[in-house]
Design a protein around this ligand. Structure first.
Ligand SMILES: O=C(O)CCC(=O)C(=O)O
Length: 280
């Protein structure tokens, strides 16, 4: 199993990521990692635990399974988040000397799922703020962009917008009226104001996005499972920002962190990668 990305990140990738707020890095994981994590996904689906969400409605022939914090209880997910090429990739794209693990999240769509992932930004869901938070969406299966891919609105992380959070299962606890609703960008595809970016992936490719980049996804019209794990890492300016209507973080960081503290806390937001020669 590889320890470093198989395809190194280039300085052009760093610039591209900062401009578009989304980039696909090919061949981050070898086949052994993908096989191991697909077994872990299988285990997760049959034993989902207390934080699982299912977003399909009656009559949907598929299954849209989401889960969070798998790294806290499953050794394979733990290794994936802390001892794989991912944290180094995060640090390279954030151009920083150290990253902590924020959390991991599974997005599994079985064949025939009609439930979409609504257009959204990630930051409104989180008790966090800052630009230096990155989500690494790892394709564990091949992903055909038309059938089940995620799409991003390039540059939307720079709009200064903070859209209301909406979970795929429409959990009312998230929908704070303080913020405007995120438009349905699938209806704005022909509008020259917006540039959409998306990628078909092989297993082991990673799509990386900024926490304010607007994104959404179709269901799964392919005959195969679409399994992806998003692992989120925090860098330099990421801060604890407890607000109403945000997700609950496992491990009760609210009892240990003050608003404005860095997103670093043993056992909760552990340091996942540090440059060896870095002094801080
Ligand atoms: O895989 C999906 O459908 C959504 C992924 C997503 O929203 C994320 O990684 O933040």
């Amino acid at each position: 199993m590889n320890k470093h990305p198989l395809c190194p990140v280039t300085p052009e990738d760093v610039v591209h990521f900062s401009e578009d707020g989304a980039i696909c890095i090919r061949k981050v994981f070898d086949a052994e990692w993908c096989a191991r994590m697909n077994l872990a996904v299988e285990r997760l689906l049959s034993n989902p635990g207390k934080r699982a969400r299912e977003a399909v409605k009656g009559g949907d022939p598929g299954r849209f399974h989401m889960n969070v914090f798998m790294w806290r209880w499953d050794p394979d997910f733990r290794d994936f988040a802390l001892n794989s090429p991912l944290p180094e990739l995060a640090a390279q794209l954030l151009d920083t000397n150290a990253v902590s693990l924020f959390y991991d999240q599974a997005f599994i769509k079985e064949p025939g799922t009609t439930a979409v992932t609504d257009w959204h930004q990630d930051l409104p869901f989180w008790p966090a703020k800052g630009n230096d938070i990155i989500s690494l969406w790892v394709a564990l299966t091949p992903v055909n962009v038309e059938a089940s891919g995620v799409e991003y609105v390039a540059g939307s992380h720079k709009w200064g917008k903070f859209y209301r959070a909406v979970t795929p299962d429409k959990d009312a606890r998230f929908s704070s009226n303080e913020y405007e609703e995120c438009p349905d960008f699938s209806k704005l595809k022909g509008d020259p104001k917006y540039r959409f970016v998306s990628w078909s992936c092989d297993a082991g490719d990673v799509i990386c996005h900024h926490p304010l980049t607007v994104h959404g996804a179709t269901g799964n019209a392919s005959p195969n499972r679409r399994a992806a794990i998003s692992v989120r890492y925090a860098g330099r300016d990421a801060r604890w920002d407890p607000r109403d209507s945000v997700m609950k973080i496992e491990g009760d960081p609210e009892t240990k962190l003050q608003a404005g503290d860095p997103l670093v806390l043993d056992g909760v937001f552990p340091i996942a990668w540090r440059r060896e020669t870095a002094s801080a």
